[in-house]
Design a protein around this ligand. Sequence first.
Ligand code: ADP
Ligand code: MG
Length: 681
Amino acid sequence: MSIVNQPDENIKLIKGVGSVLANKLNGAGITTVLSLLEYFPRRYEDYSNISKIIDLKPGTVTIKAYIKDIKGRYVRRGFHITEAVASDDSSSVRLIWFNQPYREKGFTPGCLYYISGQFGLQRGRLLILNPSVERDVDFPVNTARILAVYREAKGLKSRQIRKLISECRPMIADMDETLPDWVVRDYKLMSRAQAVEAIHFPESLENLSNAKRRIGFEEVFNLVLACLSAKYEIKSEQTLTVKFNVQLAKEFVKNLPFKLTDDQRLAVMSIYKDLEHHQPMNRLIEGDVGSGKTVVAAMGSLMAIAEGYQVVMMAPTEILARQHANTVYNLLSPMHTENTVALLVGSLTKVEKNRAIKSIASGRAKFIIGTHALIQERVDMHNLALIIIDEQHRFGVNQRQTLIKKAGHMPHVLSLSATPIPRSLALTVFRELSISRLKTNPSGRKNVITKIVMPGIRTRIYEFIDEQIEKGRQVFIVTPLVNESFVSNAVSAEEVFDKLKTGPFKKRRIGLLHGKQKPALKNEIMNEFVMGKLDILVSTTVIEVGVDVPNATIMIIENAERFGLAQLHQLRGRVGRGKYQGYCYLMVGSSQASTSRLRALESSSDGFELAELDLKLRGPGAIYGTIQHGALDLKIAQLNDKTLIAEASEAADMFMAKDNLLKYPRLSEAVAELKMVTNLN
Ligand code: ADP
Ligand code: MG
């Protein structure tokens, strides 16, 4: 093989890799030899037990045998069979390959081969089907071992990846240690090189499990370290403090049209306490849709406004920003504090926008509410104390950071989210975040009746919807994508809209809402729906964070299997908000696997539980969206492996106490990257 000395050499230096293959590898994120070696297997097949043919039992087997009587033929057009006989000193067995005509010329009589595959009964005959075969050499790659199986990418087979990795195998020994030596020693870990070797070419199941422990340990260690060093940085920042005024709090509560829940009261008190410190607040309010996060944010802002500071709230959509502006204005108006709410959204006219920007810069505006426009426009904040980010997970790290920079100093940060952070993540990755949970739903709403709907009974559901519309109720229909072209099969909003308008609901008033429309049009359509001028609203997930429509009772989600559980749970929170029973229908294609995942929604209405399940099934990236949390999708470590997490966290704590990142260039690089993810403000 060609020798590639440095693990970070370009992938094209490996024997057999030309531009075409290199492109495919790049597509799978493999650009260097190092990244190839860090492309870890997805699963394993155990071919390590070599049996005598006479002892073979149905299942995965490996034999060491001679191959003879090789015959190939076309059974019919396009269907080729190669047959052969393998024999060792105990017995012989038939081998069959489908559509692999090259097998006919592939073997040398009189040579010993490793043969691995599935042994079993096929049409009354015992045989090994489509086996992998390799000459009896020192390092068999595809047979006679615990075989690593790799995630296949476009045009890239697991077998190809395995072959390339074995080409580079001699270089593994030269890989640098990435963890501090004392960590490797004290926690009895394999060296990095040993672990990478064993993860690709395990010698035994024990060897493999040690390798996984080492690599998983490092993943968690790095994450926790990122989180700790982010905390360290925040801690060393100072910000202004806001005094608590009990009279003011009492007055606010007295003027509310409802009684705060205990969770709400607790959350507000925690905010007040945080604001009294010089250390910037970093708090997240978690609560289902409708749990009343807005009033917590508004009341949380009260003291800051009373002291003459500014508060900025950023929301992901205009609809939401406008709604919040109203809510906050109404909540503040009975108070004797200054009530100057400024709205900054993309669809304002130039004049309106300039007026808003001016009142923000002069400090007259006390509560500023806006969308991404807050980041885009040249806005100068004046004495900003607190930043509130609504639907926190909808914003990327950079967007949040940019907004914070506009403050000119590190402000207090409060995030609101309906997607809960599962406990296991909260304890490791986000442990520097203070979390307030709103567990009780103030309105005492009934659970939304949720059902998975197979394609066959769609008509029946449509009949039920029509009855509900007849009774005056309204319906949301949510689709995953705007245009068909993105992903085959995905039912697009436009397509559904056209179909319904001319088909089953042609007598009904149907609206269409999606992300590509102009904000003004979106507002108009949403308003029509709110006013009851539309019976059905077909939309993409833009309504995920939409407005309160108590009269809407049915939510239909097309291609529900494409969504995560947490997101589906949020979506269904949009219906059944008034006095009527809510229904959510999850329309699915036919894939059984994803349907069973959705069953959890039929039986559980606990957003925290569902998020935990989502985490287990699909990883953090799926819950929070890849912009923000893709990097949390650990390759090897399981976030529910309590021992591993405890050990790696302990090691990270010790590292912060006695060691220094500057000594470890590769580690600090990894940590810097992860910090972008673990830092929630
Ligand atoms: P979310 O947490 O989804 O942002 P909102 O803040 O929009 O929820 O609140 C949903 C609705 O519940 C609003 O109409 C709000 O006025 C109402 N609400 C909030 N807190 C209470 C409460 N303690 N009792 C009754 N209604 C409440
Ligand atoms: Mg909200």
